[in-house]
Design a protein around this ligand. Structure first.
Ligand code: ATP
Ligand code: AMO
Length: 434
């Protein structure tokens, strides 16, 4: 096999061996062009029928689309070529011949259903606009890690196989663990809290969460990526500041480092880094504004969770990222602290994109007795969580944090219709493979 010396962005004058996929072969009669595609782009390979070695020309003409080839030759300036250069080949080697029947068309000329694309991600990610989503996803994760570092947070990894759930019993995936009942973790919630009481104080984690969501929607996955943050000596307002910082950093990273990808997605003109502070509405203001839109059949009352149509109506009304604060205690989990002067009102908050919720968070209950009472009120057995509660007896600082859905961030940032487009191999009710 020939070793690759250059990529498709080689310059005129280079003697090269490039390797990549056959994007297309255009036969114009006396002359033909093989367009070779690699990660860096595309380059034209000229095949001149009467001028060049017959076998070489035939290899180039006969090779099927999406086959992998390597081409050795000279890069020449050629104003008529799509990138103003072309390779005059000395040899063409076919490294892997592709079937002529492709399950989807990587040139994108023929549209494919999302399910066909997800079944054939290898081919799907040969398209620039699909590849771009995952380059941007990687950039988002890089930028949020940097932003957490700015905040002085340490990166942690916590177990995904656990003995107890935290976010509601019906959403757990049970597994057997050496004959014992165990679950796939729904959230690193309890572990990240345990670490704010450790010497680390301020932590973040980027990792999978597993939720046995019953419904099939364009914004729920059964395996998602959670971007979690938790800090000792923070209250809920400081946690919201950190949340805003991290989300803006993700947008800034993409604006700075992903221009080509944004162009591939046709977003170069409309992409905007959110500026200014995200408005903070209380839950009470939120339900009033939703009711005022007249979009819901029934008026919302204090204590109702916000229905999807309500979130959407409010999102249209606010028109930018925003927080909803001061939720009723009864609809927030046991680990969220109530306001000191009102035990019906929690410090829980959500951060919303106009289209959907991105983040949940709050200040945590760090007082042992209150925490144990909270378990009981929520119908959970505190004994099952003893590994967690007991650490609250040994000096647990006041703390706050949040969890951000990684795929929802990608999806809302890029205006994707379906969250599955932001995952290489999504897990949903129907899809367990590939
Ligand atoms: P030429 O004499 O320019 O090499 P040709 O007469 O051998 O071309 P044709 O089949 O007549 O071959 O060319 C078909 C078309 O391809 C013409 O429109 C020509 O301008 C274009 N063409 C020729 N060479 C190149 C090249 N290197 N890159 C892009 N287009 C080219
Ligand atoms: P919550 O359950 O609201 O909070 O999850 C936090 C964020 O994770 C994303 N998310 C999902 N994304 C895709 N598919 C799913 N099934 C899914 N479930 C959740 C959402 C959501 O806002 N422990 C708390 C966080 C905290 O308080 O720190 C928690 O897990 O974007």
């Amino acid at each position: 096999m020939q070793n690759r010396t250059h990529t498709a962005d080689a310059e005129p004058g280079d003697s090269v061996t490039v390797a990549g996929w056959v994007h297309e072969v255009r036969d114009l009669g006396g002359i033909a062009f093989l367009i070779l595609r690699d990660k860096s782009g595309k380059i034209q390979v000229k095949l001149e029928k009467d001028e060049m070695d017959e076998e070489l020309v035939e290899t180039g003409l006969d090779v099927s689309r999406e086959s992998v080839v390597s081409v050795t030759g000279e890069v020449k300036e050629e104003p008529r070529a799509p990138t103003d250069v072309e390779i005059v080949p000395e040899s063409i080697d076919v490294l892997a011949e592709a079937d002529t029947q492709l399950p989807l068309d990587p040139s994108g000329k023929v549209d494919a259903e999302l399910s066909t694309r997800l079944d054939n991600r290898t081919l799907d990610l040969r398209k620039d606009e699909v590849k771009a989503i995952f380059e941007i996803r990687g950039e988002i994760l890089r930028s949020v890690r940097d932003a957490f570092r700015d905040l002085g947070a340490s990166e942690i990894n916590t177990p995904k196989i656990v003995a107890t759930g935290t976010e509601g019993g019906t959403e757990l995936f049970p597994i057997t663990y050496f004959g014992k009942e165990a679950f796939m973790n729904q959230s690193p919630q309890l572990f990240k809290q345990l670490m704010v009481g450790s010497g680390l104080e301020r932590v973040f984690e980027v990792g999978p969460i597993f939720r046995a969501e019953e419904h099939n929607t364009p914004r729920h996955l059964n395996e998602a990526t959670s971007i979690d943050f938790e800090s000792a000596f923070f209250d809920h307002t400081e946690a919201m500041d950190a949340c805003e910082h991290v989300v803006k950093a993700a947008y800034e990273g993409v604006a700075e480092n992903c221009q080509e990808e944004l162009e591939a997605l046709g977003l170069e003109d409309e992409f905007e880094v959110p500026d200014g502070e995200f408005p903070r509405l209380t839950y009470e203001e939120a339900i009033e504004r939703i009711n005022a839109t007249g979009e819901l059949d029934e008026q919302l009352v204090w204590g109702d969770d916000l229905p999807t149509e309500g979130e959407r109506a409010l999102g249209d009304d606010v028109g930018q990222h925003y927080f909803i604060t001061d939720w009723p205690s009864e609809i927030k989990p046991f680990y969220i602290k109530d306001h000191d002067d009102d035990d019906q009102l929690s410090t829980g908050f959500d951060m919303m994109h106009p289209r959907m919720e991105l983040v949940s968070g709050g200040q945590r209950e760090h007082r042992y007795d209150r925490l144990v009472d909270g378990f009981e009120q929520q119908g959970l057995d505190p004994d099952a969580f003893e590994y967690y509660t007991k650490m609250f007896k040994y000096g647990m600082p006041p703390h706050a944090g949040w969890g951000l859905g990684g795929e929802r961030l990608v999806m809302t940032m890029l205006g994707l219709d379906n969250i599955r487009e932001a995952v290489l191999f999504p897990r949903d009710r129907q899809r367990l493979s590939p």
